[in-house]
Design a protein around this ligand. Structure first.
Ligand code: ZN
Ligand code: ZN
Length: 100
């Protein structure tokens, strides 16, 4: 399991951090469904949704990592699927320059 690494967190300013900071004082009106999704995203990788134990590829020690929200609107939780999709698309490109 190669993902978690020692050291600094992978994300700088995350959507979850922005939501935790500003959602409570957001003055506009939100539908109950939107509020529910934003609340879920605000708890992503905080530990409030549980933890998982990973084997570190750098130091070989086990590290606990907070679970993501798994919501399809979450940029952090969909990053792996997006990167996998991108890598697959790049494989099918011809080794030439494209001009549109
Ligand atoms: Zn480590
Ligand atoms: Zn998430």
């Amino acid at each position: 399991m190669p993902e978690p690494r020692c050291g600094a967190p992978e994300f700088g300013l995350s959507v979850g951090e922005v939501l935790r900071r500003f959602l409570p004082e957001y003055p506009g009106s939100l539908s109950p469904q939107t509020r529910l999704v934003l609340h879920r995203l605000s708890r992503c990788h905080t530990g409030q949704l549980g933890w998982s134990l990973w084997q570190c590829e750098r130091c070989s020690a086990p590290h606990w990592r907070p679970l993501g929200c798994g919501d399809r609107h979450c940029p952090e939780c969909t990053a792996r699927a997006r990167n996998t999709w991108l890598a697959k698309q790049r494989e099918s490109l011809l080794p030439v320059r494209y001009y549109h």
